[in-house]
Design a protein around this ligand. Structure first.
Ligand code: ADP
Length: 160
């Protein structure tokens, strides 16, 4: 049976931390679906469509990765698309409680779906979309933190 993992998140914008997790997961699974959250309460810099395009441009080297949107429960999307595993990244301990709660809720509503928590690589563990936006707004350098297409897109956004 072919194995599909879903990596849900805001990705506002995609960072090198996300890219690293996706590169690693694309080696383990037959297919990886990046699921861009549409109904996040967080204040967003990019629209879901813009975030999807930036992810696609950053991952064009991976043939078994696709990007999609979702409204509603990740587990409902997964049942529809025959996906078995939710992938989430873990940076510091502060991520842990939130991720454990989400994993337990998902286990309760969809017992057949597994959550896999993947440790951020040491060189990326401090990168967050929020931090990157803060840096960009204040004129900090984004080299090595986000893909080049994202640097350009953020510069264009902030010029407006
Ligand atoms: P959300 O708003 O759902 O937390 P994010 O786009 O911020 O979405 O993150 C999606 C997932 O990627 C989360 O599991 C988050 O912990 C993980 N993640 C974010 N930044 C990194 C990073 N630098 N390294 C590894 N995982 C990360």
């Amino acid at each position: 049976m072919s194995k599909t993992a879903v990596y849900p998140g805001s990705f506002d914008p995609i960072t090198m931390g996300h890219v690293d997790i996706i590169n690693r997961m694309a080696r383990l699974y037959d297919q990886v679906i990046i699921l861009v959250a549409q109904s996040s309460q967080k204040q967003q810099m990019f629209t879901p469509e813009e975030r999807k395009t930036l992810i696609e441009q950053s991952l064009s080297h991976l043939k078994n990765v696709k990007v999609d949107f979702f409204v509603g429960l990740t587990t409902d999307y997964m049942k529809k698309h025959n996906a078995q595993v939710i992938v989430r990244g873990l940076r510091a301990v502060v991520d842990f409680e939130y991720e454990m709660t989400m994993a337990n809720i998902n286990k309760k509503i969809a017992p057949d779906i597994e959550t896999m928590l993947v440790f951020a690589s040491p060189e990326y563990y401090y990168i967050s979309s929020r931090g990157v936006k803060e840096l960009a707004i204040n004129g900090g350098a984004l080299t090595d933190l986000v893909p080049d297409v994202v640097i350009k897109a953020m510069e264009a956004k902030l010029k407006k």
